[in-house]
Design a protein around this ligand. Sequence first.
Ligand code: NDP
Ligand code: OXD
Length: 307
Amino acid sequence: MSILFYSTIDDPAEWLPRLQAHLPGETIRLWPDIGDPAAVDVAVLWTQPPEGLGALTGLKAVQSLGAGVNQLSLGTVSPAIRVARLVDPGLSDDMAEYCLLATLRYFRRFDLHERAQRVGEWSFRLPQDRAGYEVGIMGLGTLGAAVAARLAANGFPVRGWTRLPREVEGVRCFAGATELDAFLDGLKVVICLLPLTAETTSILNARLFARLDGAYLINVGRGAHLVDDDLVQALEAGRLAGATLDVFHSEPPPADHPFWSHSHILMTPHVASAGDPATATAIVAENIHRAQAGAPMLYEVDRARGY
Ligand code: NDP
Ligand code: OXD
C-alpha cells in the first residue's frame, strides 16, 4: 500500500520528511511518481491531481491539506471514501493574527491615513470607541472560534453566526438564515470564515451589504462567497467602507479586475493562514493510521453537509 502526496501550494520538501518520520515503513509517493495507482490507499491533497482520482481504485481516504475542502471537487469522489479537513494549531494562530491585524487596521484608521498620505492630506481623527466596535464572524468553527478569541482578548465585542445554534464564551451567537439580519445589525467589521458550500456560495451579496452601514468586510473564506460586482457597488454606496480580501474567484484575479486598483480594497494573495508541516504532519499521520484501520478520521467532512 502507498500514500500519495500532491499539492500545488505546499512544499513537499517541508512535508514529506516530517510525514515519513511519523510513518516509518510506509511508502509515501510524491505525484506524479505514483507507482501502482491501485496501491494508493490514502491521498494527501490540496486539490485533485490533474488526472483525477479515478485510477486510485484502492483509495480509502483523502486527507485535505486545507481546512477547506471545496477545492477537492468532492462531487467526483465516491461517498465511500472518507475525507478529512486539516485542523492545525498553526493554521488557527495565523488566521487569528491575520483577522486581528486587518481589524486593527480599520479600527486605528490606517486605511484612511494611507489614502490621506497619498494625496498629501494631514487628517487628524480622534480614536474610536473599542467597546462599541463590534466585529461579526460568519462561521464560528475551528478558525472562526480562534479569531473570536483573539479579537475578544484585544477588547473587541464579538458576534458569531453559524448554521446551528452554538454557545461560545464571550461571543454573542446567532444562527441560521432567520438570525442573519440581527447578526449583521450595527456591525463595524464583518469577517467571512465560512466553508464554501451550496448554501454559502455568493452569500456576500447586495442583500447582505444592504444591512450594513459603513462597515468593513474581511473575506478569508473563499472567493466564491463574494459577488464581486455587489462589493464594488456597496463601496460606492457607502454600505461598506472598505474590504480586505484574501481569496478570489480566480487566484490571481485577471489583470483587468476592478479590485486591483480599487482605493478601498486591500488584496492579499491567499496567505491568511496555511497548515504548518511542523505541527500538521503529526495530525495527518494519525489520520492516515485511522483510515488504514478503517476507523473514523479526525475532522472528517460530512459529505452531505459539504464541510
Ligand atoms: P469549520 O468547519 O470548523 O467551521 C465552519 C463554520 O461555518 C461552522 O461554524 C459552521 O456552522 C459555519 N457554517 C457552515 N455553513 C453555514 C451556513 N450555511 N450558515 C451559517 N454558518 C455556516 O471550518 P474552519 O473554521 O476550519 O474553516 C473555515 C473556512 O476557512 C474553510 O472552509 C476555508 O474556506 C477558509 N480558510 C481560508 C484560509 C485562508 O488562508 N484564506 C485558510 C484556512 C481556511 P456550525 O458550527 O453550525 O456547523
Ligand atoms: C485552507 C486554505 O482551506 O488555505 O486551508 O485556504
